[in-house]
Each structure stands twice: as C-alpha cells, then as structure tokens.
Design a binder for this molecule. Structure first.
Ligand code: NAD
Length: 354
C-alpha cells in the first residue's frame, strides 16, 4: 500500500511522524507493507518551489493509495497574495483528488469528559458521532454575484445540487453507517429549501437498498440544538456543504480537544485524504508539545475506509484509549494527577499498545 505523507507546516511534521510510527507497528502485526513517500504542500512547498502545490505533489498523491496530511499554514505566509497562500494548496489538492465527502467524527473519550462543555449526564460514557459533509457543492461552489443597483449593491449565492451529487455522498454515508451504528440522520431545511427537498427524496429512495440502516430526518436549526441537548441520539449525520461546515465545528467542540480529532476526505476513487482537524499550531511548533492523536486517529480512518482493515483500525483506536486509561496526556489535554508526555513519547506509547 502506497501512502503519500505530507507533513506540511508547523506541527504537521511532528504529528505525521507519529502516524508513520503507528503504521510501522501495524505493518509488523498484520504482516503487510506500507510504502511511504513524502511530498510538499503549503508553506513548505512555497519556500522550496514558489508554488503551494507543486506538480510533483499532485503526481505523487495521484499515484498512491492514500494521503496522510499534517497541516498547512503559518504567520510566515500570511501576507502572500491569495494564489500563493498555503491553504490554496490544500483546496487544490482536495479538488485534484475529487474528494467530495468529508467524514468528521466527533469522538469524546470517556477519559476526557471534563474537557467537554457538556454536563456529565448528557455525555454518559462518551460521544461518537460521524458527520458526513458534502464538500465540493452547494452554496460555496454555486453561482455567486454582486451587482450594483440604484441604492447600493445586491449579492447572491446559489445552492446548487443535482441528483448525482446527492446520490454519491448518500451512498458513502450508507456505507459508513453500515460500519458503525447503522443509523443516518439527514440534516436539511426541507421546510423552506428546494435543494433540501431533493436531498430528502433521493435519500428516501436510496434507503430502500439499505434496509439495515435506519434513516431519520431533521431540520438544521433543530439539529444544532439537539447536538447540545442530546448528542448521543446521533450516529451518522449526513448533510450538505454549508450545514456540515457549521455543525461539524459545533460537534467537534463538544469534545473539547482540537488535537484529538481526525478527518477523512474521500471520493469515488480509492485515494482518500486523511488529516487531523487542527491547524499548524505555530505557537507550539518544534517544541515536542503537539498532540499527535488527531493524526493517529486519521490513520485509523485510512485503514478502515481506504484499505478495509477494520481490525487494524480498531487496534489503533483501542491503543489510544489504553494510553488515556494509563493517564498519559499531552499538554493540551493535561489534567491534575495525569502524566504529561511530548509528541514523540505519545506516538511511541500508542504504537507500543498495538
Ligand atoms: P490551530 O488549530 O493551528 O491552533 C489553535 C490552537 O490549538 C493553538 O493554540 C494550538 O497550539 C492548539 N492546537 C492545535 N492543534 C494542536 C495539537 N495537535 N496539539 C496541541 N495543541 C494544538 O489553528 P489556528 O491557530 O487558527 O491556525 C494556525 C495556522 O494553521 C493558520 O495558518 C491556519 O490557516 C492554519 N490551519 C490549517 C488547517 C489545515 O491545514 N487543515 C486547519 C486550520 C488552520
């Protein structure tokens, strides 16, 4: 299995190193072979080549089976013109790989309950919600315009979805739900939006082929409230781009710890892009302080969704949980009575538990 490793900027390099450590251990245990190749993206790529996404990076990613990315960006490149900014490289990479589905789990480890803003009785034994967000359609990509009118300006953005855009992401979420709690909540605004009504029709029709998966429907305003009131009712939340953008940030904050959360972006092909949800954290870069768990959990998602290695994915997730149980914490999730460890040691501890 060929994996392109993109360290990117800031803590990116430190955290992806730990993912490789964990994968080496998985390779030993499962007698399989991962071939790693590094590529440049973002600020590091601008410094080396003047381009946030060099052709070579695109080529390497497209000829691999999966891509693991750290993070891009940092103050050094903040004043670059738009087309030469690190984020441009990341958006272009997603487009090049055709990844239309963003899978963002909001997992709250029971050991870290005190980091959540929610009450103990709401959280129970922890949270495990998967948000499946449509990534390359809807209002962010539809026709938009600004027009001068007599008394000022007029602006509009268009939410635009067609049958196939919806079918392909709905299919992904049914597949994801089958690997989890077998329950999908389609979040929309079908009481007012025509696009939402199309989503509902298509998902309802498709549910005939996935009778083992329960499908519910919820308006987005209610979903925003229910995520805080009773988050445990959700398994997979399927939603369009803008609603997903907002709800996935809300859900991740329920878990209280940015450094812990993974994400996967997948498309029709098999090349998935796996990255933690956090940024390059320039304030702690190069100090062995970054929490590598978000990246390590993204690696578990890669094994599950790109390589169909469910047991190995579970091994990684269990190893993270065991290390938490033993009281090891990086600085961002440190609590009284626990033992603080650096990035390298956290990576080694997790690898050793596999
Ligand atoms: P950030 O996620 O980098 O950091 C926010 C805060 O969380 C910081 O205090 C940081 O130290 C802390 N933090 C983040 N990840 C952590 C980890 N793994 N372990 C411990 N602490 C962690 O967000 P920001 O400060 O808004 O952005 C910094 C740079 O990252 C910017 O250039 C931004 O554009 C970029 N960024 C990139 C991505 C990406 O590559 N996908 C995502 C978000 C932000």
């Amino acid at each position: 299995m060929k994996i392109t490793i993109i360290p990117g900027d800031g803590i990116g390099r430190e955290v992806v190193k730990q993912a490789v450590k964990v994968l080496d251990r998985i390779a030993d245990k499962y007698k399989c072979n991962f071939e790693f190749e590094e590529a440049l993206l973002g600020g590091a790529a601008i410094d080396a080549t003047g381009n946030p996404i060099p052709e070579e990076t695109i080529h390497k990613c497209k000829s691999s089976d999966a891509v693991i990315l750290g993070a891009v960006g940092g103050p050094k490149w903040d004043n670059q013109p738009g087309h030469l900014r690190p984020e441009k490289g990341l958006l272009a990479l997603r487009k090049e790989l055709g990844v239309f589905a963003n899978l963002r789990p909001a997992i709250l480890f029971p050991q870290l309950k005190s980091a959540s803003t929610l009450k103990d009785e709401v959280l129970g034994d922890g949270l495990d919600i998967m948000i499946v967000r449509e990534l390359i359609g809807g209002a962010y990509f539809g026709e938009k315009k600004r027009i001068n009118i007599e008394d000022g300006q007029r602006a509009y953005d268009t939410i635009d979805y067609c049958t196939n855009d919806i079918k392909r992401i709905a299919k992904k979420s049914f597949e994801v739900a089958r690997k989890r709690g077998k329950k999908i909540t389609l979040v929309d605004k079908a009481n007012v939006l025509e696009t939402s009504r199309l989503w509902r029709e298509i998902v309802t029709n498709m549910s005939e082929d996935y009778k083992d998966v329960e499908v519910n429907y919820m308006y987005v305003d209610n979903a925003a409230m229910q995520l805080i009131r009773n988050p445990k009712q959700f398994d997979v939340i399927l939603t369009e781009n803008m609603f997903g953008d907002i709800l996935s940030d809300e859900a991740s904050m329920l878990t209280g710890s940015l450094g812990m959360l993974p994400s996967a972006s997948v498309g029709e092909g098999n090349i998935g892009l796996y990255e933690p949800i956090h940024g390059s954290a320039p304030d702690i870069a190069g100090q062995d302080k970054a929490n590598p768990i978000g990246t390590i959990m993204s690696t578990a998602m890669m094994l599950r969704y790109s390589f169909d290695m469910e047991d190995a994915a579970k091994d990684i997730e269990n190893a993270v949980s065991k290390v938490m149980d033993k009281g090891y914490r990086t600085g961002d999730i440190m609590e009284n009575g626990m033992e603080i460890v650096g990035t390298e040691e956290m990576g080694a501890l997790i690898a050793a538990e596999i």
